[in-house]
Design a protein around this ligand. Structure first.
Ligand SMILES: [Zn+2]
Length: 458
């Protein structure tokens, strides 16, 4: 009997415990549900407030033409820069045009002129700021206020008219986060909206923190897994550049940047291959979804017809301003006591190379299906890490039709990462390899300093 009572007691205790547990679980679930409802409401309010803010800043919209708007056929963010293209149809009796400018006007009325070109034929003005993909409006320089992107036309009768912009693209809003400086970022909300029946393109700039999934910069150690890259004796490219990449990550974090590496050495020797770059954890996909502004890919060269002195090669995107590539090359050569590569093919400046794809050769190739390529320029980068991380700015085009390669889901994106590939030196040139093995910290320091100086981080 005593035993049974004990059992009963135990059962009773268990019942109570289960009841208590259920109550706690229900309470937690209720809290989660309420939290999400409140969060949803506050998010809605935030968006509503933003649109209200734009509408209240109607001072700017009062100065634009009320019945005519320019149509935007393309707008992109590549790296830290914004670019735009479009057109406007003017009435037949329009007086001659003297000048057309694309401007960013803030609510105090201050104007930033964005470098642009235009043509004027049959009353149609076509404009573009896309001389280079990494010039245009530098988003890092915007103040914490609201801006409107406008077309400003000066006529021969000294009249100036402002035209607002209407979205004629398949693209929607963009959230851009500036690079982290002093532990702080600006969020730039780029969106097309409408107020007082006037469509407009507005930028709302506010102080912010980087969301969890947004990074400043991506470091991509080449190869990895079952792909060792170049080999010299028992030295393997993939291992050397991984060490450099992890050091570089640390150095960049020291100056306050948020850094993503595309692999950290824990990747599987069996499953991580040269072909998996477009998979969920592949380097192209990781870079594309990182929200980063800049990517640096590290490699070591190996050439059958080796150049006796070896040296550094920095590969830059096609159609780009090469200032950052030049900064990288110069700093590496000076800091790591190496030399610019002697290779002449694709060379644009000392140590700076731009290699473009030969579409005609690629057309019949099984490796890629070039019919899906959708670039904004005819010349697109040859190196996949530069091309496939830049979206439409660099003509990313791998669409999954190629055996062995999955699709680049970001190939039609109007937001791209500005990517550079550095061949630190030649593995098959003894002096070069020795310098890299002994002084890798100097190469890393040179790259970190380049980022710091060029982007004004600290
Ligand atoms: Zn390589």
């Amino acid at each position: 009997m005593k035993k049974q009572t004990r059992k009963q007691k135990r059962k009773q205790k268990q019942k109570i415990l289960i009841k208590k547990s259920i109550r706690i679980i229900i309470l937690i679930l209720a809290i989660i549900v309420i939290y999400n409802i409140v969060k949803g409401i506050s998010q809605e309010n935030e968006d509503e407030e933003l649109i209200q803010a734009f509408a209240q800043n109607s001072k700017i919209l009062e100065t634009v033409e009320k019945s005519q708007f320019a149509k935007v056929s393309r707008y992109i963010v590549y790296g830290t820069h914004f670019n735009i293209e479009g057109s406007i149809n003017l009435p037949e009796d329009t007086v001659p045009i003297q000048n057309v400018e694309v401007i960013a006007k803030n609510i105090s009325g201050e104007e930033i002129v964005i470098d642009s070109e235009y043509t004027y034929n049959n009353n149609m003005v076509e404009f573009t700021t896309l001389d280079k993909i990494n010039t245009g409006l530098n988003l890092e320089t915007l103040q914490e206020t609201d801006y409107y992107i406008l077309l400003k036309i000066s006529y021969s009768n000294e009249e100036e008219k402002y035209y607002s912009l209407e979205n004629d693209t398949e693209y929607g809003e963009i959230d851009y986060y500036t690079l982290t400086r002093n532990n702080s970022n600006n969020k730039i909300y780029i969106n097309f909206s409408k107020a007082q029946d006037i469509p407009f393109l507005g930028f709302n700039v506010t102080k912010s923190k980087l969301p969890e999934n947004v990074y400043d910069i991506v470091i991509d150690p080449g190869h990895g897994g079952n792909d060792g890259g170049a080999v010299s004796g028992n030295h393997i490219e993939a291992d050397i550049v991984l060490d450099c990449a992890l050091d570089l990550k640390e150095k960049l974090e020291d100056i306050g940047l948020k850094v993503l590496v595309t692999r950290d050495g824990t990747e599987s020797k069996e499953e991580y291959t040269a072909n998996n770059m477009y998979d969920e954890d592949g380097r192209v996909t990781l870079a594309n979804k990182s929200g980063a502004k800049l990517l640096i890919s590290l490699h070591l060269n190996s050439n059958e017809a080796k150049l006796s002195v070896g040296g550094t090669e920095v590969y830059a995107p096609t159609n780009s301003n090469l200032d950052f590539a030049k900064t990288l090359a110069t700093n590496i050569v000076n800091t790591a006591n190496t030399n610019y590569s002697q290779m002449e093919t694709y060379k644009e400046a000392d140590g700076v190379y731009v290699r473009e794809i030969d579409i005609s050769k690629r057309a019949g190739s099984v490796a890629y299906n070039s019919s899906s390529y959708k670039g904004i320029f005819d010349s697109i980068p040859y190196l996949y890490i530069i091309r496939e991380t830049g979206g439409i700015a660099t003509g990313a085009y791998v669409d999954g039709s190629t055996p062995g390669y999955s699709e680049n889901k970001y190939r039609n994106s109007n937001v791209g990462v500005e990517s550079y590939l550095i061949e630190l030196g030649y593995m098959n040139v003894r002096s070069d390899l020795n310098n890299i093995l002994r002084n890798s910290d100097l190469y890393v320091e040179a790259i970190a300093n380049s980022v710091n100086e060029f982007y004004g981080i600290k």
